[in-house]
Design a protein around this ligand. Structure first.
Ligand code: NAD
Ligand code: WQD
Length: 341
């Protein structure tokens, strides 16, 4: 298939483009490079053995999005392009709604105009808000606790309504848990700008010597060792989940309508367990200090991944040790990310 991947130069997008190319699909990437590097796509091309076309377009630019779709004529779209920093979304909510919700509206309009109505959307476990009943199933109550979360919640609703209004639409709402890890080649990986917000990139930068110590946000949660428990999923498993979802919703026999699938492992790991796994993988010590809880953090979050297994035939296969080993291969081989390596 001819597939347009928005945000395809980013962390999850670049790994997904590798898997799509490996499946024989043709891929065009639409990305404004606001949180990514063209070097990532060059390396994707290197891994795949063929170049990937990049359209440098901002999803908030409605005319440019339409022109891109008219040029690329995709049969399906995988939509990663979004802003994703929770704290920043509290400071700049309008920008988050404009990019994440408005950008998706532009995309949907352009897709409709060119007759492409097959869409895989990057949703998030954040749409379960402050739910406490674990594991989270796709039928768990939805909500949000910050503007970023609301943008995912609202975009899901937009896409459900669009799909309900016209039976030609097929939409996969993929709810990712905590994506970590890197391609096993060590050539592409997560390269956050500034201080990492997320646990594993922060640990990786401590291990490689860019930061002194990890701050553990709270060790008094109601969890086995007191630190927060999350469902970390290897980014290559996640990428494979996109391929499986695309197969499910595309072609004449593809399922129509909008459907949500959790992409997680079903296993929770605590902050202390992740630190220990990373120390094993890297052979480096990761000094920690314990600080108060971070605002908005829940004690525990993990998926029930049964629906994706039963309906998509997809299961996450890579464990925490492999996630840390692959992250370390990327981080140690590219200490400054894509910048100077
Ligand atoms: P990322 O920032 O690495 O990728 C997003 C990409 O979108 C970047 O390449 C960026 O340059 C591009 N982009 C941003 N604004 C754009 C705009 N206005 N126009 C065009 N391109 C734009 O982030 P990621 O971690 O790869 O996340 C991809 C998607 O998955 C996002 O939608 C994110 O919300 C979602 N998600 C991420 C996580 C996570 O923890 N990483 C978890 C759940 C869901
Ligand atoms: C994991 C655990 C922290 C950093 C966030 C978003 C969510 C989703 C994924 C996109 C928690 C602890 C972290 C640190 C720490 N994104 N921690 N020290 O919070 O589960 O999810 O990213 O949709 O919407 O909220 O992930 O990696 O930030 O934190 O102790 O320096 O690590 O408290 O227990 P989180 P995270």
């Amino acid at each position: 298939m001819q597939i347009l991947v928005t945000g395809g130069a980013g962390y999850i997008g670049s790994h997904t483009v590798v898997e799509l190319l490996a499946q024989g699909h043709e891929v065009v990437v639409l990305d404004d490079l606001s949180n990514a590097s063209a070097e990532a796509l060059r390396r994707v091309g290197e891994i795949a053995g063929r170049e990937v076309e990049l359209l440098e377009v901002d999803v908030t630019d409605e005319a440019a999005v339409l022109a891109a779709l008219e040029g690329a004529r995709p049969e399906a779209v995988v939509h990663f392009a979004a802003l994703k920093a929770v704290g920043e979304s509290v400071e700049q909510p309008e920008r988050y709604y404009r990019t994440n919700v408005g950008g998706t509206l532009n995309l949907v309009r352009a897709m409709d105009a060119v007759g492409c109505r097959t869409l895989v959307f990057s949703s998030s476990a954040t749409v379960y808000g402050a739910a406490t009943q674990m594991p989270l199933t796709e039928d768990s109550p939805l909500g949000a606790t910050n503007p970023y979360g609301w943008t995912k919640f609202m975009t899901e609703q937009v896409l459900r309504d669009v799909a309900a209004s016209d039976e030609r639409w097929s939409v996969a709402l993929l709810r990712y848990f905590n994506p970590v890890g890197a391609h096993p080649s060590g050539r592409i990986g997560e390269d956050p700008r500034g201080v990492p917000n997320n646990l594993v990139p922060f640990i990786a930068q401590v291990a490689v010597g860019r930061r002194e110590q990890l701050t553990v946000f709270g060790d008094d949660f109601d969890t086995p060792d007191g630190t927060g428990v999350r469902d970390y999923i290897h980014v290559v498993d996640l990428a494979e989940g996109h391929v499986a979802a695309l197969a499910k919703i595309s072609g004449p026999d593809g399922v129509r309508g909008a459907h949500a699938w959790n992409l997680g492992t079903g296993t929770g790991s605590s902050v202390r367990q992740v630190v220990a796994a990373f120390e094993r993988a890297s052979g480096r010590e990761v000094p920690v200090r314990v600080a108060p809880r971070r605002a908005g953090d829940v004690a525990t979050s993990y998926a029930d991944p049964a629906r994706a297994r039963d309906e998509l035939g997809w299961t996450a296969r890579r464990g925490l040790d492999e996630m840390c080993e692959d992250t370390w291969r990327w981080q140690s081989g590219n200490p400054q990310g894509y910048a100077t390596s």
